[in-house]
Design a protein around this ligand. Structure first.
Ligand code: SAM
Length: 260
């Protein structure tokens, strides 16, 4: 039976078998890997992944798609290789899955940023993550300081993950075709020794304040956190804007604010 794609669940199904094979090649699944796929949909990536894995967890919200998956992989079979979690991925507690965990997903683009932040919370349990996203979002994730795409999303993910854009995926690779270009990004948690941020809440507040008014100088946007003397002490030019500061400098500001 054919499935009518639902816009509210951001359903654009991958149909290009060459792209699917390229993605699976990038992921390099090993039989014993602990892996979870977000939004398996009609199983475009699920089936090739299952050919290489002993077990795969999937999280899907659409009851029609869940019913299809369940008919192919009955969940009352204790030996099923596919374990279906019929849930909203935004509410899913990743700690119930074994670690280190590999996360993959062609994400619904309407909720991609909240999903990225939700999974980022579990970085300690994650080996790596491979996501298909809107290309514009991937460009923002991997952007370097002083480039137009650099912003809050770049800083809030780069302090915790190393990220790499792996490939472009054109709209024709999906049914229905999305209105935008897509790309695959790999996110690998940084080792604890490379994480400079200690108080994540304070760091997030400072980054949000700095980028809240992107065109204003740091002197202005961070006035609730830093005095003129503080800027001098930190050797950070208060005339700059948030987009000019690297992740390490934001981390330095957060550590300083915490210490005074
Ligand atoms: N993986 C499939 C593919 O590549 O063809 C489907 C990708 S489609 C872009 C996104 C999938 O995520 C759909 O199956 C959709 O139903 C599911 N989805 C949307 N919102 C979700 C949510 N909050 N939690 C879990 N799954 C969701």
């Amino acid at each position: 039976m054919s499935h009518k794609a639902k816009k509210r669940f951001g359903q654009n199904f991958l149909v290009d078998t060459r792209i699917i094979a390229d993605i699976v090649r990038c992921i390099q699944p090993k039989p014993a890997d602990h892996m979870v796929e977000i939004g398996p949909g009609l199983g475009a990536m699920t089936r090739p992944l299952l050919q290489q894995l002993k077990k795969l967890h999937v999280i899907e919200i659409d009851r029609d798609l869940i019913a299809r998956l369940e008919s192919d992989y009955p969940q009352d079979n204790a030996n099923t290789p596919l374990i279906i979690h019929a849930q909203d991925a935004l509410q899913f507690n990743l700690t119930i899955l074994p670690a280190p965990l590999r996360v993959v997903g062609n994400l619904p683009y309407n909720i991609s940023s909240p999903l990225l932040f939700h999974f980022a919370k579990y970085a300690e349990r994650i080996q790596d993550m491979y996501f298909m996203l809107q290309d514009e979002v991937v460009e923002r994730m991997v952007a370097a300081p002083s480039t137009p795409a650099y912003g809050r999303l770049s800083v809030m993910l780069q302090y915790r993950f190393s990220m790499e854009k792996l490939m472009d995926v054109p709209p024709e690779s999906f049914r229905p075709a999305p209105a935008v270009n897509s790309a695959i990004v790999r996110m690998t948690p940084l080792p604890p020794s490379e994480i400079l941020v200690r108080d994540e809440t304070l760091f997030a507040q400072i980054v949000a304040a700095a980028f809240g008014q992107r065109r204003k100088t740091l002197r202005n946007t961070l006035k609730n956190y830093l005095t003129e003397t503080d800027f001098e002490h930190l050797k950070i030019d208060a005339q700059q804007r948030a987009e000019n500061l690297g992740v390490a400098e934001f981390a330095r500001i957060a550590v300083f604010v915490k210490s005074v």
